[in-house]
Write a protein that binds this ligand. Structure first.
Ligand SMILES: Cc1cc2nc3c(=O)[nH]c(=O)nc-3n(C[C@H](O)[C@H](O)[C@H](O)COP(=O)(O)OP(=O)(O)OC[C@H]3O[C@@H](n4cnc5c(N)ncnc54)[C@H](O)[C@@H]3O)c2cc1C
Length: 288
C-alpha cells in the first residue's frame, strides 16, 4: 500500500513543526517540571484548529481524517508531549460527544473545547482496573430523571484542570455491555479531585476523581445504556503510539512496583504470567 501525504498535509506538517519549535519546545521542560498547565499554548492550538481535528464541522471542528490527526500529533509531540493530550482528549470528546450526546450538550461543550477554552477529560481507569477496563466498578444508578454516580477514577489526564469529564460507569450487568458513558461537569456537588504525584509529564495534571453520590441529569448520558464502549477504541492507535514512546522513558523500578500492587483481570498481574519481560523489553524495541 502506498501512503503519501497530500500537499495540504505536507504544508500542515511544516507549519506545525515551526509552531512546535517556536511556541512549545522552549517552554516544555519548565512545564514538565513545574506542572504549570500551558493554557496559553492550549488556546493557540485552538486557534490553529488542532483541538477540533476530530470534531464535526457543525460544532467548530475540522472533521479531519486519522492521517491528518496523526501528523498533528507527531509534530506537536516534537515540541511538547503534554500538549499532545490536548489533541487526544479533544479528539475523544469530538468523537464520543459528536456520536452520542444530545444537541444541547454538543452545542454547550464542543465549540469552546475546539477553541481551547474548556477541557474535557476522559475518566475510564480506576484504582484496581486499568487494562481490564470492562470490569470497572464505578456505578451509575438510575434515580428519577437522572443518575447517581459513585466510584473513583485514577490517572485521569488533565483531571486537575478540566471543566468536564466523560465518565464510564456501570449501569447494567457485567463486562463491557453493562457500561455507559456520561458527560459530568466537574463542578457538580459530590465530585472531588486530588493531584497525582507523577515522575514526569506533570503538565498533564493527572488526577484522582472521586464521585460521591453525584447526580447527573439523564440528558448527560452519552448514547443508550450499555453502549459506553461502542466505538471507543477507534481513535486510540495514534495517541497510544505517541504515549508509548514517552512511557518508555519512565524509570522502570516504579513501573514494577505498580504492577505488583495492581489487580488485573481479577488476579495479581505477576501470578502465572511474567509482566516484567514485556515491560523490560518494550523500551529496547521502541528505541531501535
Ligand atoms: C501518562 C498517562 C496518562 C493516562 N491518562 C488517562 C486518562 O486520561 N484517562 C484514563 O481513564 N486513564 C488514563 N491513564 C491510565 C491508563 O489508561 C492505564 O494506565 C492503562 O489502562 C493501564 O492500566 P494499569 O496502569 O492499571 O496497568 P495494568 O492493567 O495493571 O497493566 C500493567 C501491565 O500488566 C500487563 N497485564 C495486564 N493484564 C495482564 C494479564 N492478565 N496477564 C499478564 N499481564 C497483564 C499489561 O499489559 C501491562 O504491561 C493514563 C496513564 C498514563 C501512564
Amino acid at each position: 500500500m502506498e501512503l503519501a501525504f497530500t500537499p495540504e498535509q505536507e504544508e500542515l506538517s511544516r507549519t506545525l513543526r515551526g509552531f512546535a519549535r517556536k511556541e512549545l519546545q522552549p517552554h516544555s521542560a519548565r512545564w514538565d517540571k513545574s506542572g504549570e498547565f500551558p493554557w496559553e499554548a492550549w488556546r493557540k492550538m485552538g486557534e490553529l484548529g488542532l483541538l477540533g481535528l476530530r470534531m464535526p464541522t457543525a460544532y467548530g471542528g475540522q472533521d479531519a481524517d486519522y492521517l491528518t490527526f496523526g501528523i498533528a500529533m507527531e509534530e506537536i509531540g516534537r515540541g511538547d508531549f503534554s500538549c499532545t493530550y490536548g489533541l487526544q482528549l479533544a479528539g475523544f470528546a469530538g468523537e464520543i460527544l459528536g456520536r452520542g450526546a444530545s444537541e444541547e450538550i454538543r452545542r454547550r461543550w464542543l465549540p469552546p473545547t475546539a477553541r481551547g477554552e474548556t477541557v474535557i477529560a476522559l475518566a475510564l481507569t480506576e484504582p484496581g482496573v486499568g487494562s481490564d477496563a470492562s470490569n470497572l466498578t464505578c456505578r451509575a444508578a438510575r434515580e428519577g430523571d437522572g443518575y447517581v454516580l459513585t466510584g473513583e477514577k485514577s490517572g485521569i489526564s488533565l483531571g486537575m484542570v478540566a471543566q468536564a469529564a466523560i465518565v464510564f460507569a456501570r449501569t447494567g450487568g457485567p463486562r463491557a455491555r453493562g457500561v455507559t458513558a456520561f458527560l459530568a461537569p466537574l463542578d457538580l456537588p459530590g465530585i472531588s479531585r486530588s493531584p497525582m504525584r507523577d515522575m514526569g509529564s506533570r503538565a498533564i495534571a493527572r488526577a484522582v476523581l472521586a464521585f460521591d453520590h453525584v447526580r447527573v441529569p439523564a440528558s448527560h448520558r452519552l448514547g443508550e445504556e450499555g453502549t459506553g464502549f461502542q466505538g471507543r477504541h477507534s481513535p486510540r492507535g495514534v495517541p497510544l503510539a505517541v504515549l508509548s514512546r514517552a512511557l518508555a522513558r519512565r524509570p522502570r523500578p516504579a513501573a514494577y512496583q505498580g504492577i505488583r500492587h495492581d489487580q488485573v483481570v481479577g488476579a495479581a498481574a505477576c501470578r502465572g504470567h511474567d509482566p516484567s519481560m514485556p515491560v523490560a523489553s518494550r523500551p529496547l524495541r521502541l528505541h531501535r
